[in-house]
Design a binder for this molecule. Structure first.
Ligand code: ADE
Length: 249
């Protein structure tokens, strides 16, 4: 039976989206997830919501226990994961408030566990394919939902995930553009890798909140700007999630 995991990123730490919601505290073999799991229904479907950075946004990107988060959703029986994230735009055409349905990532993180496998069984090596890490069917559901809600969106995009918690230098920002990244964030790469390792289809919608620092006619990004722009556009993400969930079998 379909059970939908939602990982809420910055600006979506504790949304009021669900019917019959109740909290469940869980522990996994990788430790505690970022927050209790909020279980309930949306459009009649079973949903489990997890705040990536904790309900009060207390956990910086480097210190999120991504393995525990994915394992907790797996243990709860989630059969797919929809994630949200704020992102900076590395392209002039991706303006503030636009949504990007990610299709590729570049992992520029440096000090996080990025695999469930710290040891292989004898002759049981596991190397997970990652050519197309975001689930095609779920991306289609997101894109269709954006079309029907008339939300300005980009049907595909490459995210570069940096370690943080600092923002990028201008040199880095320009380099990421040359590498082909369209947007930048601090969380999606390891989460997406781990969902793939766990065999759970995963898709993410990124909301653009700033132009990072490559654009010389704009002030460089600040955390305050990210929060303000996300909050000003949060309804787009919540309505997208509800519409997408309605259309998931
Ligand atoms: N999240 C939102 N905007 C960002 C930026 N410019 N860099 C990294 N993460 C972000």
């Amino acid at each position: 039976m379909t059970k939908i995991g939602i990982i809420g990123g910055s600006g979506l730490d504790n949304p009021d989206l669900m019917q019959d919601a109740h909290d469940v505290e869980v522990e996994t073999s990788y430790g505690s997830p970022s927050a209790p799991l909020k279980m309930g229904t949306i459009a009649g479907k079973n949903v489990v919501l997890l705040a990536r950075h904790g309900r009060e946004h207390t956990i910086p990107p480097t210190f999120v226990n991504y393995r525990a988060n994915i394992q907790a959703l797996k243990d709860a029986g989630c059969t797919l994961i929809l994630a949200t994230t704020a992102c900076g735009s590395l392209r002039a055409e991706i303006d503030r408030g636009h949504l990007v349905i990610l299709d590729q990532f570049i992992d520029f993180t440096r000090r996080r566990p990025v695999s469930f496998y710290e040891e292989f069984e004898p002759h049981g090596a596991v190397h997970t394919g990652m050519a197309d890490p975001f689930d095609k069917t779920l991306r289609g559901v997101f894109n269709q939902a954006c079309d029907s809600l008339d939300l300005t969106h980009h049907k595909a995009g490459t995210v570069i995930t940096i370690e943080g918690s600092r923002f990028s230098t201008r040199a880095e920002s320009n380099m990421f553009r040359m590498w082909g990244a369209d947007v930048i964030n601090m969380s999606v790469a390891p989460e997406c890798i781990l969902a793939n390792e766990a065999g759970i289809p995963y898709a993410a919608v990124a909301m653009s909140t700033d132009y990072d620092c490559w654009k010389t006619d704009e002030a460089p990004v600040t955390w305050e700007e990210i929060l303000e722009v996300f909050q000003g556009n949060v309804e787009k993400v919540t309505s997208l999630l509800v519409e997408a969930i309605k259309n998931i079998d």
